[in-house]
Design a protein around this ligand. Sequence first.
Ligand SMILES: [Zn+2]
Length: 245
Amino acid sequence: MSQAIEAAAAIPEMTAGKRIPLPTGKREPLKVSVYERMAKAGAELVPIFPYDDAGAMVPCGALMYGEPGKDHGHFFHANSVSEVTVIFGANDAMLQTGQIMALQKFHGVNSFLRDQENPEAFVLVTVTQLQSEEAGQKEAMVAKCQSCKKEMLRHEYDAGPEGAPDFDPTRFGKADDVYRQFSTMVGSHEFAAIRNSAAGRTCRNCGHVNTEFPADPWGWGRVVEQTRVANAAYHALHKTAQEEG
Ligand SMILES: [Zn+2]
């Protein structure tokens, strides 16, 4: 017997008990073009596949570009689960096309454009996180003071995904949602609202009143609302079908 055949024959014993389980049918394989999806996306960090349950890899798209007068602001993101960024295209940016990066558990977030007012500057990236299958998935959005640079706001939340022991179906949306809110999207939207309140803008260390965080370029509120309305529309049709049927 050749060495290759011997090696192949040995594999079943070597890998017994280590087989990748068969698909459960829960997450139907889908193919998405990130460029097509992001051309029509309404927010930054929008999941490009409909799966975010425990154990799922969740690639989220972000597309940012320069415009005269534009400012994306700056914040920090802490995540208990791993994040990997792939740069699908960039120009006049601090990220390079084709680059892949594993992110720190606590990392700064901004537009990553060298000049936010240059219409030719852009980035199109995915940030992929692996959903925890155990309790304890957490995230935090953090603001630092524009004057003293110290942490002045930390919006921390449990982000246990569906299927994890600490999943709370009413934390980010409604229990009967068919199209789930994405925890990071809701958490970011909440962060922006707190950050732009009178208390959230005032530094607890030095008293400096910070300028408002520019939430518009990120689009979080819009997609949170669209998700709420899409669920309401789904239920409206089913209710009508039952009444008419
Ligand atoms: Zn301060």
